[in-house]
Design a protein around this ligand. Sequence first.
Ligand code: C5P
Length: 237
Amino acid sequence: MPPAEARDRLIVALDVDSLARAEELVTALAPLVTTFKVGGPLFTAAGPAAVELVRKRGGKVFLDLKYHDIPAAVAGAVRGAARLGVAMLTVHASGGSAMLRAAAEAAGESRAEGRPLVLAVTLLTSLDRRALHRELRIPATEEAQVLHLAQLAREAGCDGCVASPRELQPLRRLLGRDWVVVTPGIRPEAVAGDDQARVASPEAAIAAGADYLVVGRPITAAPDPAKAAAGILEAIR
Ligand code: C5P
């Protein structure tokens, strides 16, 4: 089941390239929001200090490094993330069952900080049907492939997946409520802007079954990030 409080369902993506900018955002937003996403850009620039920054201010971390490697390497990365005290992390479902199982089992070993949720990334939304068929040679529709990979991740013991607004309803129909779904591509006005093509408003994504919303630029690039976050929290409520 999703968290009861709106503040626990909004995840702010700290897609900035310096610790100093991340710190400004966390300082402004920690009173409003529980979880911050640290992804490739910030983690590569600042390393574990980015995770510590959020945790020191009482926040939780969604470490979005999308692990995709042989099972032993992914298990090692998941153990490292658990030691950093992250609450959620991502792996690529296309790494296969053995890799997904290794990730879920490694997360389950963590004691001191609690078990991080292991979330599977199914199909990158930057891949369209043409790329799926011609480049990856996968003869399925995007939706069928997303559902297949989500089910593979669930059978391997993962906790949930990252899914675009478009995939929420079919995923809920297939996997029910007992599967965590985290949804990016959120735009307060539900208009496509920047590079996000499949977008939904916060209200629509919650209604379609998202447990958590990931929001980056509509908050981090706003003139007043706290005000923008407050508006999205109101929409979630
Ligand atoms: O700035 P914006 O709200 O578009 O940020 C969305 C965040 O969600 C980014 O950190 C991006 O990496 C992530 N994401 C996404 N689309 C996906 C998967 C993840 O936008 N399909």
